[in-house]
Design a protein around this ligand. Structure first.
Ligand SMILES: *[C@@H]1O[C@H](CO)[C@@H](O)[C@H](O)[C@H]1NC(C)=O
Ligand SMILES: *[C@@H]1O[C@H](CO)[C@@H](O)[C@H](O)[C@H]1NC(C)=O
Ligand SMILES: *[C@@H]1O[C@H](CO)[C@@H](O)[C@H](O)[C@H]1NC(C)=O
Ligand SMILES: *[C@@H]1O[C@H](CO)[C@@H](O)[C@H](O)[C@H]1NC(C)=O
Ligand SMILES: *[C@@H]1O[C@H](CO)[C@@H](O)[C@H](O)[C@H]1NC(C)=O
Length: 376
């Protein structure tokens, strides 16, 4: 009896300590910048883990813990963002295909059916990634301004995103496909039914992306979601990885200056509680794996060598523009997607099957889901 009471008193003491530690940390956290938030969330996680283990002994704490546990989900979200690109492919011989791909290589993409899903592992399953239906995607993007800027990879990504929202077989999609594929041009569409504006901006070089960011900054008008990626043109026409890295660093600083912790933006949004300031969600559309022997011109095969590709890939890492290296942009990992799907998934060693960009669009939407919950 006596020991039980003492035990209860100890629990009470520890629980009180939890409250004392957690509340100020939580409050401080919400008013700090994102990086500091990340630091705090680790500390919170440990503190809360202690509390959670004690709650069965002390019911009054459980309500409290439930209300704070949303803070801990933060930690979970960071690791989920890091795993969102973890896709596995399943290629099956297309039973209804009877063409001869030796005679007509543009049919080769039909030879395999490509199915993909997030890798099955307990950690990834805990993130609950899902392929969004067109209804869910519309809901998520309702009322937003989405910009996709870059080279032909970005154009293919735009196409997949529109396919998802409008349905790939719809009449509207048929006509969009024609307009979107006018070479080297911009494209813009307003989807009235969900109040969504989507711009594709032709920006083959990183410097074009930087100029675009500067434009938004001058106009003080920013998209809600921005996906960008460029590199292949630079590799073919400039063929200098350190110059590419330099361009990426310049882009990085223009992106950072646009984000909400920049003083300029503080005036647009509510300043109290920095989390509530609306900031654009930014993504980097990675470069595909190039299959040198399949590239369709001698110039491409000579300049876009495997060694050059690796140098460009290193330049991307070294520029620190990606979130996983402390930068502002979340990677849509086209490199891993294309590597895992393999040569069966491309007919020119550079542009890949629609399934790749469909997966990339779903990855972006899942990352958006994770990020937007974080802001609620
Ligand atoms: C190859 O296949 C494509 C797509 O089905 C078709 O448009 C083209 O005419 C074919 N080419 C030849 C030489 O048969
Ligand atoms: C399978 O082959 C048929 C006939 O060529 C084609 O219409 C269909 O698109 C192919 N399926 C895939 C997934 O490529
Ligand atoms: C989009 O949002 C508006 C109002 O915010 C709502 O009326 C409409 O039903 C939504 N549409 C979809 C497809 O979610
Ligand atoms: C992109 O930048 C290059 C190099 O500055 C320039 O020549 C080209 O006109 C730009 N293209 C677009 C579409 O802005
Ligand atoms: C590559 O670009 C860098 C930075 O712009 C420049 O200093 C260097 O001279 C270039 N190298 C070559 C071989 O052109």
């Amino acid at each position: 009896m006596m020991t039980l009471m003492m035990f209860g008193a100890v629990q009470l003491g520890v629980a009180a300590a939890c409250v004392v530690i957690l509340v100020p940390m939580g409050m401080a956290g919400w008013h700090l910048s994102r990086n500091k938030m990340l630091f705090f969330s680790g500390a919170l996680f440990i503190t809360l883990a202690v509390c959670v283990h004690l709650t069965p002994y002390f019911p009054a704490v459980s309500d409290f813990v439930t209300s704070v546990s949303s803070v801990v989900v933060f930690d979970h979200r960071i690791s989920c963002i890091n795993m969102v690109n973890d896709i596995t492919w399943d290629l099956k011989r297309n039973a209804s295909f009877h063409g001869d791909i030796k005679k007509n290589s543009s049919l080769s993409l039909e030879f395999y059916e490509k199915h993909w899903d997030w890798t099955k592992s307990p950690k990834i399953e805990a993130c609950d990634f899902q392929k969004l239906s067109n209804y869910d995607a519309s809901n998520l993007l309702n009322g937003s301004w989405v910009v996709v800027a870059g080279d032909s990879q970005a154009r293919l990504f735009t196409l997949s995103l529109l396919n998802l929202i409008l349905g790939s077989e719809s009449d509207r999609m048929q006509s969009i496909r024609g307009d979107l594929f006018k070479r080297h041009s911009d494209y813009s569409i307003l989807l009235d039914e969900i109040g969504m504006k989507l711009d594709f901006v032709w920006a083959p070089y990183v410097v074009n992306l930087t100029n675009l960011m500067m434009n938004y900054k001058t106009k003080k008008s920013y998209p809600d979601v921005m996906v960008m990626g460029a590199g292949l043109w630079h590799m073919l026409h400039v063929t200098n990885a350190s110059d590419y890295e330099f361009a990426l660093r310049v882009l990085k600083s223009s992106v950072v200056s646009l984000l909400p912790f920049a003083p300029e933006l503080g005036m647009n949004g509510p300043v109290t509680g920095s989390v509530s300031i609306k900031s654009p969600h930014m993504f980097w559309l990675g470069m595909p794996v190039l299959i040198n022997g399949m590239l369709n011109t001698g110039e491409k095969r000579a300049k876009m060598s495997d060694a050059m590709w690796h140098a460009y890939d290193r330049a991307l890492g070294d520029s620190k523009i990606l979130r996983q290296l402390g930068g502002p942009l979340v990677l849509l990992d086209i490199q891993t997607l294309t590597w895992n799907c393999g040569p069966q998934c491309t007919d020119d060693g550079m542009h890949y099957d629609g399934a790749i960009y469909e997966a990339a669009a779903q990855i972006m939407l899942n990352a958006l889901l994770i990020e937007s919950h974080q802001r609620l």
